[in-house]
Design a protein around this ligand. Structure first.
Ligand SMILES: [Zn+2]
Ligand SMILES: [Zn+2]
Length: 89
């Protein structure tokens, strides 16, 4: 691995999850969701993670509609099958 971003010659043990900078054991900041090089990166990552969660929450809404459409299609198929079977009887 590369040297620490802040200390030349000191081998890095981790990388900042936000910007990807190599970090030594002394420089890394362990925050919620991973390791970061600075408070700034930790903050921007948590903002990013929060935004991703919001997008994900919005995305789950139309999938509920999709499930409903799938149910309708399933019922239609069952109804057609019922009609076909009825013809044969
Ligand atoms: Zn960083
Ligand atoms: Zn360092």
């Amino acid at each position: 691995m590369a040297d620490c971003f802040y200390h030349t010659g000191r081998p890095a043990v981790a990388r900042c999850k936000q910007c990807g900078r190599p970090l030594c054991g002394e420089c890394r900041i362990v925050g919620a969701g991973g390791i970061f090089c600075s408070q700034k990166c930790l903050d921007s990552f948590s903002v990013f993670a929060q935004r991703a969660e919001e997008i994900e929450a919005k995305r789950t809404k139309p999938s509920g509609v999709k499930a409903f459409v799938k149910l309708i299609i399933f019922l239609a198929v069952l109804f057609i099958l019922y009609l076909v079977i009825k013809k044969f009887l």
